[in-house]
Design a protein. Structure first.
Length: 333
């Protein structure tokens, strides 16, 4: 994904009012449940880490490679094995360079018959170039954090949901071709929205697996496995879904994860939630590790888009914080 460090773009403005209404409906429909009576399962960070490691073992999950094909097959089989209804959405993605690559969005549904639905998402591809590396600029990255971490957390969430049932339906979408946007050094013209990023989420949100598709709200995970992660209030999220964002951050604080979920404004990040907001009008937030430095500026985690985004830099404590927070939010719906 790309941080453009600008005010909220006009493409979101038209969706804000509809998302506000959807969010208000979510507030009024929410059941009042005493937290002490809800039994929330324990998120297993070792299991989530194993799922991250399995993805990394395939190699960089770059669209058009053997690793992409093998990992997609494993993800689909894993979700089916957990008892989820799985769809593979294949599409052609036109890159900023004009090249076309094959994309595979993987959609899994729990309780597909339920009308009230929660959307969870993460991208599963890894960047084909290490453009932020100090020396090696053209090597495909492992994407242990930027790609595999969010998927690993959601697979562990999926495993828990089938063991301890909840009252809502849940859809998990693993977006492909999120991370093949134009590097800063590209000198040509980029005619694509989002700088060439977010191609899988843009395609799915324009062609959802079921029509019409809607969700109570959505939560996107991106880069949720680094040590000392900092999850600030991403600006698109706080604009279109402030109460959902507050619910998640308040839950994290109650669970003792306030050191990671920082209750302060962050940057505006063009990520997979943006096409979903724009095209489907679903209030969706982004839990993303973007570390503010003051005066509206910040940086992604230290190994972002470098060859150092490896499994050895994944922190199980961060996986636990994000996963346990998600489970508490879902089980209290």
């Amino acid at each position: 994904m790309k941080n453009y460090k600008i005010l909220l773009s006009l493409l979101i403005a038209g969706s804000v009012l509809s998302c506000k209404k959807a969010e208000k409906d979510a507030e009024t429909q929410e059941a009042v449940v005493e937290q002490s009576t809800v039994q929330v399962p324990q998120f297993n960070p070792d299991s989530a880490f194993t799922y991250v490691a399995k993805q990394v073992a395939f190699g960089p999950r770059v669209p058009g490679t053997k690793a992409q094909t093998q990992c997609a097959q494993w993800l689909s089989a894993k979700l089916k094995g957990l008892g989820w209804e799985v769809y593979e959405q294949r599409f052609d993605a036109k890159l900023y360079s004009g090249k076309v690559v094959p994309g595979i969005n993987i959609v899994a549904s729990y309780k597909p018959e339920a009308e009230k639905r929660i959307l969870l998402a993460s991208h599963w591809d890894s960047r084909p170039i290490s453009d932020q590396d100090e020396s090696v600029k053209d090597q495909a990255i492992d994407g242990a954090n930027d790609g595999a971490s969010g998927v690993g957390v959601l697979l562990e969430v999926a495993r828990n949901l089938v063991q301890d049932s909840v009252n809502v339906g849940v859809d998990i979408v693993f977006f492909d071709v999120e991370d093949w946007g134009a590097p800063d050094t590209f000198e040509g013209k980029v005619d694509l929205e989002y700088g060439g990023y977010c191609l899988g989420s843009d395609y799915w949100s324009k062609n959802p697996h079921k029509k019409p598709y809607t969700a109570f709200y959505g939560i996107l995970l991106d880069m949720v496995g680094a040590a000392n992660a900092q999850f600030f209030h991403e600006q698109y999220s706080s604009t279109v879904a402030p109460s959902i964002l507050a619910k998640v951050w308040d839950t994290a604080s109650r669970l003792g994860y306030g050191n990671l979920f920082i209750n302060s404004a962050g940057g505006a990040i063009t990520d997979d939630h943006v096409p979903v907001i724009k095209n489907l009008g679903i209030p969706m937030i982004d839990i993303i590790d973007y570390r503010m430095k003051g005066a509206g500026t910040g940086d992604f985690f230290p190994h972002w888009h470098t060859t150092s985004d490896k499994l050895e830099n994944i922190d199980k404590n961060t996986l636990k914080a994000v996963g346990q927070t998600l489970l508490h939010v879902i089980y209290h719906e």
